[in-house]
Each structure stands twice: as structure tokens, then as C-alpha cells.
Design a protein around this ligand. Structure first.
Ligand SMILES: [Zn+2]
Length: 216
């Protein structure tokens, strides 16, 4: 069984994907982790991926396919898989399907965590982190610091990441939408798309519970 996690940056698909993997005893493979590991190698592939990551660009189809199809997936196809961040485009999805088909496996569901953009933006601009112990807080949602601007854990002054501003987030959401709309249509046409709608009152636990239902 192969499940694809879809969702905009900041929608929580990584957290949901990991917990779902634990719950159903599947392997969780995140493209971000895979790319970060490969970057440490002394290969031409590593060099190319490193350049993309450092410039903040999406890893192009050809490289993503080389990394996943040739190296990662074939080793793991005898277990249930949850893929996060791959495929990211329709081209990658088609390659994935042909690889799986040749191994007698298929994508069961693409699970799309659908969070309104305004909520994603509001959550991220209100995020504060501790530069000392990496604790994460939010001024409006979830865990707030007990004392304004101070880390509960170690007493350091909280900061806002430079990337956590409205313009950067809007740009990332826009890029996501352009690349992912065709991907969502691709799975929808095959009747493999499961949308899980979330609003500001939806907890991660509820999202995980809904996602588990699609794996039974
Ligand atoms: Zn701290």
C-alpha cells in the first residue's frame, strides 16, 4: 500500500504523515529528509540537489525522479509507504505510477490536508521560536509563551524567523499551488484523492484519525 500526503507548506502534512505512519506501521519517507541526506554525499547528484536547496528552488522533476525512483523506493516497496513531498508534480506522479506498476504495487490514496491559505499565513506570522533551545510557540494558536517574548523552557528572548513573514509565505503558497494543482487533478481523475478539510479548530489528532480511516 502506498499513500501520498499532499498539503500546502504549513498545513501540517508532515506531522500528520509521521503519526499516520506510526499508527498503521508504515514507512514514512519525506523528500526533504532524503534530499538532506543525499547532500552530504560526494556525488554529482548531491551537488545538483545542494544547489537547488541553497537557492531555495524546488528540486526539478528529473533530479527528484532520479533520487526517489532509482534509489529510495525500490528498497522499500515490500512495506506500506507514506510519501511526503514526493511526488510534487504531475510528471513525478506519472513516473511513480509506472515504477509501482512494474513492481505490482499502486498508489492507494492521495491524502490532501486542505487548510485555508489565510489560516496558514496567520499561523506562520504568529510563530515565535527560541534561538537557544529551539522551542516553538505561537502567539495565537496552540502553545503561547507564559511570559510575553520569553521562552518558558530556558528564559531566552523569543525571535521570529526571517522566513516567517507574509510575503515569503504567500510566495511559497503560490509556488505550491501552481505545481500541485495538476497533481491534485491527476489523482482526482483516478478517484484516488481524499480531501481532509481543516480549520483553526481542527487538531492534529483529528486529522490523523481521519487519515487512518482511509487506510483501513
Ligand atoms: Zn528556550
Amino acid at each position: 500500500m502506498v499513500y501520498i500526503m499532499l498539503g500546502a507548506p504549513g498545513a501540517g502534512k508532515g506531522t500528520v504523515g509521521k503519526q499516520l505512519a506510526n499508527a498503521i506501521n508504515a514507512n514514512y519517507i519525506a523528500s526533504g529528509d532524503v534530499f538532506r541526506n543525499i547532500v552530504n554525499e560526494e556525488t554529482e547528484l548531491a551537488k545538483e540537489i545542494k544547489e537547488c536547496i541553497n537557492s531555495g528552488k524546488l528540486v526539478p522533476d528529473e533530479l527528484a525522479i532520479k533520487t526517489f525512483i532509482d534509489r529510495i523506493l525500490p528498497k522499500d516497496l515490500n512495506t506500506d509507504l507514506i510519501l511526503d513531498g514526493y511526488p510534487r508534480t504531475e510528471g513525478q506522479a506519472k513516473h511513480l505510477d509506472s515504477l509501482l506498476e512494474s513492481k505490482g504495487v499502486k498508489v492507494n490514496w492521495a491524502i490532501n490536508i486542505d487548510v485555508p491559505s489565510e489560516l496558514i499565513i496567520d499561523r506562520i506570522v504568529n510563530r515565535r521560536i527560541c534561538p537557544n533551545c529551539n522551542s516553538i510557540y505561537n502567539l495565537k494558536y496552540g502553545k503561547r509563551p507564559k511570559k510575553e517574548g520569553i521562552c518558558d523552557n530556558c528564559g531566552s528572548n523569543l525571535i521570529q524567523r526571517t522566513d516567517d513573514n507574509e510575503k515569503t509565505i504567500k510566495d511559497r503558497l503560490h509556488t505550491y499551488e501552481i505545481n500541485t494543482k495538476p497533481l491534485i487533478n491527476y489523482y482526482e481523475k483516478q478517484s484516488k484523492l481524499k480531501n481532509i478539510n481543516a480549520d483553526e479548530n481542527t487538531s492534529i489528532d483529528e486529522l490523523v484519525k481521519k487519515a487512518i480511516q482511509y487506510t483501513i
